[in-house]
Design a protein around this ligand. Structure first.
Ligand SMILES: C[S@@+](CC[C@H](N)C(=O)[O-])C[C@H]1O[C@@H](n2cnc3c(N)ncnc32)[C@H](O)[C@@H]1O
Length: 265
């Protein structure tokens, strides 16, 4: 599987993300941004697409917005649903592919948070997802998602990285109380714009010796802004806002995280 085997990482996802984003959080402020977006546009229903373990879904629920959630990974949906139940929320969370899902209802607001869109690794899949999401939106419904601006410096570095050239990312304590070290190696293909990564999870014993490892592949596609503008036009969306971050930074010039807010035409 090209995608992370999220059934394997689901139970530990929140635990290692907490550590990963402690020092450098490319998504700082994302929950508040999506809450504002849902308040502004979600009068006829909100759906969190690629909801993962529910980082946004549960934050919305805690602030009075009962959104539906969907994710390709059943394991991620299960973790999100268990967290929702534990906090007393009865939410509709269902496994589905964003390129094909059909909900029983339409929504005036759809959110793909924290790079879920970048998991679509071809222009055909991106197009299928946007067309499908459009079908699930009410007339004039709004969608937000983010992409990272492709950066030539990192692309050049990653073009020279093999998928076994591991760099240490972080150490955390997993669900079983065991220390784990995470390493990754990311290779970039400029022709497909795909970043192919291997993530290595190394489990340690109490003395810090490695006692096991799992390698999980992950592919993400980089999309240029001009490409995205045409793709949105092609799939029946108009761009309402483009921000350079979750604090409504200007989307002009160089931005790292590009937040697209688009309306169904
Ligand atoms: C980086 S995680 C983000 C999860 C969540 N939005 C968050 O903010 O924590 C990406 C998620 O996208 C999901 N995903 C990947 N491809 C998908 C697809 N085609 N349809 C639906 N979900 C998908 C993965 O299973 C994973 O949970």
């Amino acid at each position: 599987m090209d995608l992370h085997d999220y059934s394997d990482v689901a139970e530990n996802y929140d635990l290692y993300l907490d550590v990963m984003y402690k020092n450098e959080d490319n998504h700082e402020g994302f929950r508040e941004f999506y809450l504002d977006f849902a308040k502004k546009y979600g009068q006829d229903g909100v759906i969190d697409i690629a909801c993962g373990t529910g980082a946004v879904l549960l934050y919305l629920a805690e602030h009075g917005i009962k959104a539906d959630g969907t994710d390709l990974s059943e394991a991620m949906c299960d973790v999100a649903a268990a967290k929702a139940r534990a906090r007393g929320f009865n939410l509709n969370i269902f496994p589905a592919d964003m390129t094909a899902f059909r909900s029983e209802r339409k929504y005036s607001c759809a959110i793909i948070a924290r790079s879920g869109f970048m998991h679509l690794t071809t222009p055909e899949l991106q197009r299928a997802a946007l067309l499908n999401i459009r079908e699930n939106l009410t007339d004039g419904g709004m969608l937000t998602f983010n992409t990272f601006d492709p950066h030539p410096y990192f692309q050049a570095q990653q073009m020279n990285t093999k998928d076994t050239d591991y760099s240490f990312r972080l150490e955390y304590v997993n669900k079983q109380g065991k220390r784990e070290r995470i390493y990754n190696a990311i290779n970039y293909d400029p022709y497909t714009q795909i970043m192919s990564g291997n993530w290595k999870f190394e489990t340690l014993d109490d003395s810090g010796n490695a006692i096991g490892e799992r390698i999980r592949p992950l592919k993400m596609r980089q999309t240029y802004r001009q490409e995205m503008k045409y793709l949105l036009e092609l799939t029946g969306f108009e761009i309402v806002n483009v921000y350079g971050g979750y604090h409504y930074e200007s989307g002009e010039g160089s931005a790292k995280n590009v937040i697209w807010c688009v309306r169904k035409r």
